[in-house]
Design a protein around this ligand. Structure first.
Ligand code: NAG
Ligand code: NAG
Ligand code: NAG
Ligand code: NAG
Length: 489
């Protein structure tokens, strides 16, 4: 699929340059392909922008650093056994862009498995419970009351957020000068409610509560909905009817690979990490180590911190660059244990687990729709992931199995395979699921997030107004950027 553009013409051109120096410009120009839009990044945001631009008859090229499309969406193909998702996986109601794309590509969806009891490992004991109280495990009445009040309060506060311009939210400066943890500490007093938030927040943002600002966290909550239903923390943590409601048949990477197929492999350069974007005579020269394309518009379809690894000439404005510098990636891994069957279902369990300790604090039944084999998935989040960034794969697997065993008992050891994906170690992701904003960033630099610089445009799930950090946000950001480009053609 990869096209090597400049190499083949080099030696011939070299002769020309020596023989007819006056014709330098005439000879050099045609060797650089010209497109309307060069899109840097072949994840869901870049591919969605490409799709819209191609539909408007603009010529595009997608420059992707990896040897595959999909970015933080990745299928593991299991020998003779369907697939497992190692990156973005779940979709749910109000995620209208990703639901529409799945439908358009002819990909059916199916519900995440939730029949049976959930499991809570706390103070060294696993308890099973009927998940009937909005996903809250068996804890004391004081904790239940405190959590119910907390969720109402944070949802109410989130409803005051200005989605388009969160820096204009009432009290924005105060809300952005504290961490989410400061707010949570002011609201929660029981040790069980703190523990449950310490599990829930990393499961949503892949950060510890002490990392993101309160305003940024409220913005993410407010964005977890649509025109018909405002965003709530309940929707973010929910399975049935929430963000973990459904899965995509064949795995979510098909969303990217089918989009790429439509665009045509000749328009997608794989193994092409872009190093430089240079403005020259009103065109942008977009270069990897081996290729250069000339484009009228450029789309950076990646997380803001990864943009800092590209050299811009002239440099990006200070505010844009400071924003890129200030948004770190969350720390995230996924572990999936494979079994001949989903044996926990026979024990009346749905595989949903919440734990107060260990590498994995949240689990789901990840078996395929037809239940032809069993898969148990757990997230390795934030500080737990950081602890294991440098561990051997065997050590990660050992700790993962220990976490699963705390929740589900010794049968966990019967796994035929354990898949591990550490997003922190991916050169072209450097963490996941997205970049976040510590205190002070959204109010000071938020206005740079979506603002184009000349004809350089910024996509990526972080720039979305809906479902920030999700596949849905990535898709809508690509669509937004395509609209921006076409409007200003
Ligand atoms: C794109 O080009 C095709 C074929 O030339 C034409 O039928 C179609 O109307 C064009 N679409 C747009 C949006 O210009
Ligand atoms: C766990 O232990 C702590 C104190 O050690 C206690 O406050 C809490 O209620 C216990 N939780 C459960 C669910 O047993
Ligand atoms: C702003 O914060 C102050 C102090 O915390 C509070 O009294 C006030 O109600 C807040 N205003 C709004 C609109 O949230
Ligand atoms: C599920 O939990 C409920 C309440 O804790 C219990 O009564 C029921 O027997 C459990 N069901 C199964 C299948 O284990």
């Amino acid at each position: 699929m990869r096209l090597v553009l400049s190499r083949s013409s080099f030696s011939v051109m070299h002769l020309f340059l020596i023989a007819i120096p006056l014709c330098h410009a005439l000879v050099a120009t045609p060797s650089i392909p010209e497109v309307d839009v060069a899109i840097i990044g072949g994840g869901l945001s870049g591919l969605s922008a490409a799709k819209e631009l191609a539909a408007a008859n603009k010529s595009i090229v997608v420059l992707e650093a990896r040897d595959r499309v999909g970015g933080r969406v990745l299928n593991a193909n299991l020998a003779g056994k369907d697939v497992q998702e190692l990156g973005g996986e779940y979709i749910g109601p109000t995620q209208n862009r990703v639901l529409a794309l799945a439908a358009e590509l002819g990909l059916p969806t199916y519900k995440t498995y939730t029949e049976g009891n959930s499991t809570f490992y706390r103070n060294g004991t696993a308890r099973h419970y009927k998940d009937g109280l909005g996903g809250i495990p068996p804890v004391g009445l004081d904790t239940l009351v405190e959590l119910a009040v907390f969720m109402t309060d944070i949802n109410n506060l989130a409803s005051t957020v200005d989605l388009e311009e969160p820096w204009n939210t009432p009290n924005a400066t105060a809300l952005d000068s504290m961490t989410l943890e400061t707010y949570v500490n002011s609201k929660l007093s029981t040790s069980d409610s703190r523990v449950l938030l310490d599990v829930a927040i990393p499961a949503i943002l892949s950060t510890e509560m002490k990392e993101p600002s309160l305003l940024y966290s409220l913005w993410c909550i407010a964005a977890a909905g649509d025109e018909t239903g405002p965003g709530t923390i309940n929707r973010l943590i929910g399975v049935d009817g929430g963000a973990q409601d459904s899965r995509v048949s064949g795995g979510t990477q098909l969303l990217a690979t089918l989009l790429a197929e439509r665009l045509g492999s000749e328009n997608i350069y794989l193994d092409t990490p872009v190093r430089k974007v240079q403005l020259k005579e009103s065109r942008y020269l977009v270069s990897s180590d081996e290729n250069t394309v000339s484009a009228r518009h450029v789309v950076c379809a990646m997380s803001p911190p990864l943009v800092t690894r590209i050299t811009f000439d002239p440099p990006l404005p200070a505010g844009r660059d400071q924003l890129n510098q200030r948004m770190p990636m969350g720390a995230l891994g996924k572990a999936i244990a494979i079994y001949p069957s989903a044996w926990w279902r026979d024990e009346g369990l749905n595989g949903v687990g919440v734990s107060d300790t260990g590498a994995i604090r949240v689990t789901y039944d990840n078996s395929p729709a037809d239940g032809s084999f069993g898969a148990m998935m757990g997230f390795i989040e934030a500080d737990e992931m950081r602890k294991l960034d440098t561990a051997s794969e065997d050590e990660v697997k050992r700790q993962v199995k220990q976490s699963f065993a705390n929740l589900f008992g010794p049968r966990v050891d019967d796994a035929t395979d354990v898949l591990i994906q550490r997003w922190d170690l991916e050169e072209f992701s450097r963490g996941g699921p997205s970049a976040l904003m510590p205190p002070g960033v959204l109010t000071q630099y938020g206005s740079y997030l979506r603002a184009p610089v000349g004809r350089i445009h910024f996509a990526g799930t972080e720039t979305s107004l809906r479902w920030i950090g999700y596949m849905d946000g990535a898709i809508s950001s690509g669509e937004r950027v395509a609209g921006e480009i076409l409007e200003n053609w």
